[in-house]
Design a protein around this ligand. Structure first.
Ligand code: NAD
Ligand code: TDX
Length: 336
């Protein structure tokens, strides 16, 4: 099988390509990536010589580039996006362009080339925010209620993907997953920022009261869920994917990392809250468990330890990523 992966030089895409080629060595993968600040070919250094892997440097918003990348492709796994909520608050423009327009360009090309499956990787953030005390979880039937430019752009892309299925019969699947963590995550997201700041001897910025709750998913479990959806998922269906954490507030998640790194809570610095900060996400993943037999294999604490160890052992990777443009972003985001 030939798969076109978009955004494969980013965090989840790179983990997915490595995972897929290990499990399916006779498949071939084309990785279409614009290499924005978040795209990094060092994430794929291990497989760059693999004869079943090729890289196309290009923008998913460019119909010509997309058209040429589609040759003989049967399956699309669409990760490419602007993905960081705080950046969508500083400047929504690239989110509207890539996440909405880029997805539309890919959908049109998928119809034209008659692909057998378009899998769209989306987020639980499209469902909005739960109350902190609520026992409710997001399900596939939860109404959309996005509250940031990022989540609104992902919601729009989900609607377009479904519309292409209902109207034009494009064979799609969608997964909406919770917060991923693991190797190769750009250190703007809470987990990777926290671990690398501690390694650099810096404080960890926690927004507001630190009581916001996220559902944490180890990236390898996420890759396995996508694999099962491609192999056994029903066309037209959506699957929610989440982790094994139970309502852990951010300050508790950070404290667990600090403990693993033999530091204490004095390293936390409470900073100005994110505007429109969603209070809580919680994901009911019983549909993918019942229908496809998927469940996360990694406990939160074990996966956290593996993640901390990875960043400790890959200092050159994150030090390189944290140089250059990252410094300007960090100053703009955290200076006040
Ligand atoms: P990331 O920011 O690490 O990587 C995004 C990749 O897309 C980068 O390689 C970037 O260069 C590429 N890209 C951006 N704009 C592009 C364009 N116009 N054309 C081609 N390539 C482009 O993101 P991630 O964390 O790996 O997330 C991947 C996907 O998963 C996204 O669609 C995101 O919305 C979704 N998702 C992420 C999480 C999470 O916790 N990280 C959770 C739920 C859903
Ligand atoms: O410095 C920080 N301090 C802090 O307290 C950062 C960067 C984050 N936070 C908080 C905000 C959130 O409550 O930590 C929580 C997690 O923040 P992020 O890592 O920025 O993730 P989130 O905003 O929840 O979105 C993530 O999960 C869903 C990904 O960035 C999205 O791409 C994905 O769709």
């Amino acid at each position: 099988m030939k798969i076109l992966v978009t955004g494969g030089a980013g965090f989840i895409g790179a983990n997915f390509i490595q995972y897929w080629l290990k499990k399916h060595p006779s498949d071939s993968i084309v990785n279409l990536d614009k290499l924005t600040y978040a795209g990094n070919l060092e994430n794929l250094a291990q497989i760059k010589e693999n004869k079943n892997y090729s890289f196309v440097h290009g923008d998913i918003c460019d119909p010509k580039v997309v058209d040429s990348a589609f040759e003989k492709v049967e399956t699309i796994v669409h990760f490419a996006a602007d993905s960081h909520v705080d950046r969508s608050i500083l400047d929504p423009d690239p989110f509207i362009k890539t996440n909405i327009e880029g997805t539309y360009v890919l959908l049109k090309a998928s119809l034209k080339h008659g692909v057998k499956r378009f899998h769209h990787v989306s987020t639980d953030e499209v469902f909005g925010s739960l109350d902190i005390e609520s026992k409710e979880k997001f399900t596939e039937k939860t109404p959309y209620d996005p509250r940031s430019p990022y989540s609104a752009s992902k919601a729009a892309s989900d609607h377009l993907v479904r519309a292409f299925h209902e109207t034009f019969g494009l064979p799609i699947t969608i997964s909406n997953c919770s917060n991923n963590f693991g190797p190769y995550q750009f250190p703007e997201k809470l987990m990777s920022l926290c671990i690398t700041n501690i390694l650099e001897g810096k404080k960890v910025p926690v927004y507001g009261d630190g009581l916001n709750i996220r559902d944490w998913l180890y990236v390898e479990d996420h890759c396995e869920a996508i694999e099962l959806i491609l192999e056994k998922g029903a066309v037209g269906e959506t699957y929610l994917v989440g982790g094994l954490t139970e309502d852990i507030p951010n300050k508790e998640a950070v404290s667990r990392i600090l403990k693993l790194m033999e530091k204490d809570e004095k390293e936390i610095e409470y900073v100005k809250d994110r505007p429109g900060h969603d209070r809580k996400y919680s994901v009911d993943w019983s549909k993918i468990k019942t229908e496809l037999g998927w469940e996360p294999k990694h406990s939160f604490d074990q996966a956290l330890k593996e993640t901390v160890d990875w960043y400790k052992n890959n200092e050159a990777w994150w030090k390189h990523v944290k140089s250059g443009e990252y410094k300007n972003y960090y100053k703009q985001q955290y200076s006040s």
